[in-house]
Design a protein around this ligand. Structure first.
Ligand code: HEM
Length: 386
């Protein structure tokens, strides 16, 4: 029997270990078209370019290159030498971009007439408490300086993809095509707050269709980058900066080890680690960084896909360089003091984390192979269903 678009989407989501996000026919059709496009992209990535200028591979790569340009200055995966304004309450540019993706897409209410989501609605609420600090990253550092024409919503999503990969994390499949909203959703009541009861936080995350794996990977997992700032979240600390882990400038699995040990900066991360259902997932990611990376790439793509738009295009490959000196510059003591900001690693040399090199992570070639493998697996699944 031929699969329907809806069953294809469900099978795709099931294969990815996540429940299907929406049952809309259009969304399912997009998933089916995505699968159909897989072999073409695998064999000839240039085929993905023809859809539109805004969604072209060139536009995405040009934007990614500019985002990398902002991040590649020494220390910009953490806060050393950051050229954010001196007054910026957080100077963690990469972390802010990742947080911005959540604060844009996390307003998503998919039921009834869906509202919110990854549509750059955040740009209308940058001065609101929920978005403290984010204005200094998105607005001056990219939106006002960029020379490439992609939508603001795409730029925010791509900023997250670039920040994760540039700072040592996994490659995330990026699909362009988000449209900037003219009816932005106010984040108040939609985004969780720092001291919110855990049940209430979970209700908000489940509202968006997040699975247990999505919750652990995206919430605690994203807190591998950056930390809490007294100027932004005074209810948690009065210090200028308290990192979530000892590698706040490196996207790794250290934060899971710390939350299992009860060393959480935010209550939500210890609530996740104590939850009987979620704790085994925290343990898994603490013991297996690759398992965390694999799930994070799936969950982050799902987060970026939380949009009412039916305009999302097939994914386009984007090459993202790893930050030079990442591991030397990205570590702090418990108070957020940078331990080795004056690394002498030569410009142009390869990343310095031997464990990652041994694990086969990091190189552009390896990342491309990973993308190809994902497409091949998708095509295999599709052909088996047919
Ligand atoms: C769902 C429950 C969540 C809560 C209650 C929460 C809360 C917070 C709070 C209070 C901060 C500190 C902000 C500051 O003082 O600078 C923070 C930082 C951060 N959050 Fe979350 N968060 C949650 C989920 C997420 C998710 C899903 C992501 C990304 C997908 C994320 C990414 C980040 C990042 C990267 C930072 C560091 C920002 C910086 O260093 O400037 N968070 N979060």
């Amino acid at each position: 029997m031929l699969p329907t678009p809806a069953s294809l989407a469900a099978a795709t989501a099931a294969a990815a270990g996540t429940p299907p996000q929406r049952s809309s026919g259009r969304r399912a059709l997009s998933a089916a078209l995505l699968m159909l496009a897989a072999p073409a992209l695998l064999v000839a990535p240039a085929a993905a370019q023809s859809v539109s200028v805004l969604g072209s591979r060139e536009a995405a790569q040009a934007a990614a290159d500019q985002l990398v340009f902002f991040l590649q200055a020494p220390g910009n995966c953490l806060q050393v030498n950051s050229d954010l304004p001196a007054s910026a309450p957080s100077k963690n540019l990469a972390a802010l971009w990742i947080r911005a993706v959540f604060h844009d897409a996390g307003t998503w209410v998919p039921t009834g007439s869906p509202t919110g989501g990854a549509n750059a609605g955040i740009m209308s609420f940058l001065n609101q408490t929920e978005n403290g600090g984010i204005a200094d990253s998105i607005a001056p550092k990219f939106q006002q300086n960029t020379k490439v024409s992609i939508s603001k919503a795409d730029a925010i999503a791509l900023g997250g993809v670039v920040s994760v990969a540039h700072c040592g994390g996994p490659s995330i499949t990026y699909s362009p095509g988000r449209v900037d909203t003219t009816t932005p959703a106010n984040p108040t009541g939609r985004l969780p707050s720092a001291t919110e009861a855990f049940d209430s936080v979970l209700t908000k995350l489940r509202r968006m269709g997040w699975s247990n794996e999505d919750i652990v990977a995206l919430v605690t997992g994203s807190h591998t980058m950056g930390g809490v700032h007294g100027a932004i979240t005074p209810e948690i600390t009065n210090k200028p900066f308290v990192p979530f882990d000892t590698t706040p400038g490196v996207f790794d699995n250290d934060v899971f080890k710390r939350s299992l040990a009860g060393k959480c900066v935010l209550p939500v991360d210890c609530s996740i680690a104590k939850d009987a259902t979620l704790r085994p997932i925290v343990e898994k990611y603490a013991n297996d960084q690759q398992a965390f990376f694999t799930q994070y790439a799936i969950s982050f793509a799902k987060l970026m896909g939380q949009t009412n738009d039916t305009t999302l295009l097939p994914s386009v490959p984007v090459t993202i360089a790893l930050h030079k000196n990442l591991f030397a510059e990205g570590t702090t003591d418990e108070n957020g003091n940078v331990l080795s900001g004056s690394s002498t690693t030569a410009a142009g040399s390869s990343p310095t984390n031997p464990s990652k090199a041994a694990a086969g992570e990091g190189s552009v070639v390896q990342r491309c192979v990973t993308v190809a493998a994902v497409w091949a697996a998708g095509w295999f699944l599709y052909s088996r269903l047919m």
